[in-house]
Design a protein around this ligand. Structure first.
Ligand SMILES: Cc1ncc(COP(=O)(O)O)c(C=O)c1O
Length: 378
């Protein structure tokens, strides 16, 4: 099986599995307790917190908030400061964000907070000037993703941050770095942001863990209320094993990032070049703009993406249409619609995402499978 759906989920890295092992059996205490069993669990969390603080550029380990994944990190990073900012505080975000952000924006609107959604250009890029124009005196959070999960198009987050800070003093910049974290450095300083959300299972860690890393002193209304864990910012007994596995996965990802990026650039480019050469009309989305090394998003005019995906699956290649269809309903992607594609065009697009298990030759092998499956449908 050629697995080209790393943007949906990645295999667990052996280093993460090994790090988790003691916490799946022997070390089982609740990390909030006083006794030795609890202290052993807490030591695992404390160690993971310190390592993740260093990896993502937090000033202090306590600026790292553990969550249940990318969705929860984003909910906390987007809604938390707006809800803590009083009745007039508002959000500015973009039309191509993941549903975690856009549904958070809608939830804020339901409690009478303003949420402004900024459009993108035909290549799926956000213009920092447009974001700055949307900022006003009420804006508390600006959330712009580091790179898009469907197209892989990298957003000018640091430029957005500079532009909006010039426009409004109270503005916090949050970025959803869930997809970018595999192949890019997503520290607070590298992105010049105040808050960054990352998910474990996109970088070779287990599912069900995520992190929101903050600049010091950011006031957040929690999304989950309860026992006051994570300094009151995220209640609930943490999944120690998943957190420890996430720290190990992020560490390996950082250590291998440069080499992996070179491999992915080469395999992805070979793949795109061969597919566009052999399949009539096939076109790369966002061609010519800065994209994540692992993403190839293509439109196959005249071919229904779902039919192609079923054929590819039969031929041993796993890919997907846009974001994973959680509800089973295949909807035309809001990202592609925001870029100006028609619904019919959006239904002709397939996302192929390489990852840490990609090997030399995968790009060419995948292209040959895509070419033969697509040809049969034309
Ligand atoms: C850009 C982006 N943000 C957030 C999420 C949600 O992350 P999780 O699956 O860990 O909840 C995803 C998942 O696909 C994503 O691609």
């Amino acid at each position: 099986m050629l697995y080209l759906d790393h943007a949906a989920a990645t295999q667990l890295r052996p280093e993460a599995r090994e790090a988790m092992e003691p916490f799946l059996g022997g070390i089982f205490g609740n990390p909030s307790g006083i006794h030795a069993e609890s202290r052993r669990a807490r030591a695992g969390i404390d160690d993971a917190r310190e390592r993740i603080a260093a990896l993502l550029g937090a000033e202090h380990p306590l600026d790292v908030v553990f969550t249940s994944g990318g969705t929860e990190s984003v909910n906390l990073g987007v809604k938390g400061p707006v809800l803590a900012g009083g009745p007039a505080a508002s959000l500015v975000t973009t039309a191509i964000e993941h549903e975690a952000v856009l549904a958070s924006a809608a939830a804020l609107e339901r409690v009478d907070r303003k949420a402004t959604v900024v459009a993108v250009d035909g290549l799926g890029r956000v213009d920092p000037g447009d974001v700055a124009l949307a900022v006003d005196g009420s804006t508390r959070v600006v959330s712009v993703m580091t790179a898009n999960n469907e197209t892989g198009v990298v957003q000018p987050v640091a430029k957005v941050a500079a532009a909006v800070r010039a426009a409004g003093e109270r503005v916090l910049v949050h970025t959803d770095a869930v997809q970018a974290a595999l192949s890019q450095a997503v520290t607070l300083d590298a992105l010049d942001v105040d808050a960054v959300s990352v998910s474990s299972h996109k970088v070779g860690g287990p599912k069900g863990a995520g992190v929101l890393v903050l600049r010091p002193g950011i006031d957040l209304e929690p999304v989950l209320h309860g026992g006051g864990q994570e300094l009151g910012r995220r209640s609930g007994t943490p999944d120690v094993a998943a957190i420890v596995g996430m720290a190990a996965a992020l560490e390996v990802a950082a250590a291998q990032r440069d080499g992996l990026r070179r491999l992915l650039d080469s395999e992805r480019d070979t793949f795109e070049e061969r597919v566009t050469r052999t399949v009539p009309g096939a076109a790369v989305t966002g061609s010519g703009v800065d994209r994540l090394s692992q993403h190839a998003h293509l439109r196959f005019p005249g071919i229904d993406a779902e039919t192609l995906l079923i054929r590819l699956d039969g031929a041993g290649l796993a890919a997907s249409a846009g974001s994973a269809c959680h509800s089973g309903a295949v909807r035309p992607s809001h990202v592609l619609r925001a870029m100006g594609m028609t619904e019919a065009e959006a239904r002709e697009c397939v996302r192929f995402t390489f990852g840490w298990t990609t090997r030399v030759g995968d790009g060419a092998a995948a292209a040959d499978i895509v070419a033969s499956c697509a040809e049969a449908l034309l």
